[in-house]
Design a binder for this molecule. Structure first.
Ligand code: ARG
Length: 376
């Protein structure tokens, strides 16, 4: 038995296939026959294989069930790339680059998921150690100060131990670390021309532009396990487009990320001596103005939190019409700035834990935090 193997639960498989047939009644194989087939496969081999249509539906519903995602209105349009046959790190790498290409779409960012081989009793599923396909490295300088994305310091150290030559800058794109069935993980650089990035400028503060900030166009989460009908897909990277606040109110702002508010306040000429002057809040708003302005100017799709909140309410209404509940985590849905200005703030939500689902992969998380499963 391989380490990430979990025997698919018959009840979960059945529940999923019933859901699929209830939402897509015109299937070539009738429900009863498909259920019998799955039961036989489970008994004989300990697992079963999703049809393409099941996989596509399963991935879309996993998104629909993601209680922390405000962007679920477009769940039906998720592009599902079936990559279950990719076996070698080279093949997986090629598909990951193709994912980035299709998702980036010259700036007209579209939601895509690539589903790689599931865990089976005989073979460990492939993995990517990175938490996103594109991420900037982080370093701790000798004097204790940080350079780059502090959230990536542990992971950056792990890839350096694997042999990565770190440039040591503020926006170094990390290499992909691909691991198949317990072999030594392989490092791959992502070609520059595949990574769309946006230089940050502010519409009315030229001093801001000189900071040289930038961010990438496509947030592609690669450390969440997709679980459909009892089958686990540990490698199933997916992306949507950014909401501005993710970059302008968290990535650049959190104390354990880029921690830039003091710097932004300085270029804006704000007096930072007194908290009650709200210099943090003023710097925060201008930083978010810069993010949205820069993406718009560069022709890269991004949403502001007012628009995305409205869309989420539309999603809630549509789902309710279909008689479905929308599991929602208030603390993730309410934007990190101007929460009370958005309609999503002023209500309660259902908190169910529905399947199919995405779950944070504990393994990938410990690795991302610097734990590396291999001795050096
Ligand atoms: N918050 C994460 C980031 O800033 C990305 C999470 C997914 N976001 C999305 N818009 N699909 O990189």
């Amino acid at each position: 038995m391989v380490s990430d193997w979990r025997v698919p639960d018959w009840e979960e498989a059945e529940e999923f296939v019933r859901l699929f047939h209830s939402e897509h009644p015109e299937q070539p194989i009738p429900l009863s026959m498909r259920l019998r087939q799955i039961r036989e496969h489970l008994e004989q081999t300990g697992t079963y294989r999703h049809t393409r249509a099941e996989l596509e539906f399963g991935a879309r519903v996993a998104w629909r069930n993601s209680s922390r995602c405000i962007g679920r209105l477009y769940w039906k349009s998720l592009r599902v790339l079936d990559r279950r046959t990719a076996a070698t790190p080279d093949e997986i790498h090629t598909h990951l680059l193709d994912h980035l290409r299709q998702a980036t779409n010259d700036g007209r960012v579209r939601p895509v998921i690539s589903v790689f081989a599931p865990a089976t009793p005989y073979r460990e599923a492939p993995r990517v150690w990175n938490s996103q396909l594109v991420r900037y490295a982080g370093y701790r300088a000798a004097d204790g100060s940080a350079i780059g994305d502090q959230g990536q310091i542990g992971f950056t150290e792990a890839v350096r131990r694997l042999g990565w030559q770190a440039p040591g800058g503020w926006f170094d794109v990390l290499p992909l670390v691909i691991e198949v069935h317990g072999d030594k993980p392989q490092l791959y650089d992502v070609p520059r021309d595949l990574i769309l990035e946006v230089p940050l400028t502010h519409p009315d503060h030229p001093r801001f532009d000189a900071l040289g900030l930038r961010w990438y166009a496509v947030p592609a989460i690669s450390n969440m396990r997709l679980s459909i009908g009892g089958i686990d897909y540990p490698l199933a990277p997916f992306n949507g487009w950014y909401m501005g606040t993710e970059i302008g109110a968290r990535n650049f702002v959190d104390q354990d990320r880029y921690h830039l508010l003091p710097v932004v306040a300085d270029v804006l000429g704000l007096d930072t001596a007194n908290e009650s002057m709200l210099w943090r809040d003023r710097a925060l708003v201008e930083l978010n103005v810069a993010v949205l302005h820069s993406f718009r100017t560069a022709g890269v799709k991004i949403a502001d939190h007012h628009t995305e909140s409205q869309r989420f309410l539309t999603h809630l209404a549509r789902e309710e019409e279909q008689g479905r509940i929308v599991p929602t985590d208030w603390s993730w849905i309410v934007p990190p700035i101007s929460g009370g200005l958005t309609p999503v703030f002023h209500r309660y939500y259902d908190e169910a834990d529905l399947r199919p689902a995405f779950a944070l992969d504990e393994d990938a998380r410990t690795r991302a935090e610097g734990g590396c499963p291999y001795p050096h």
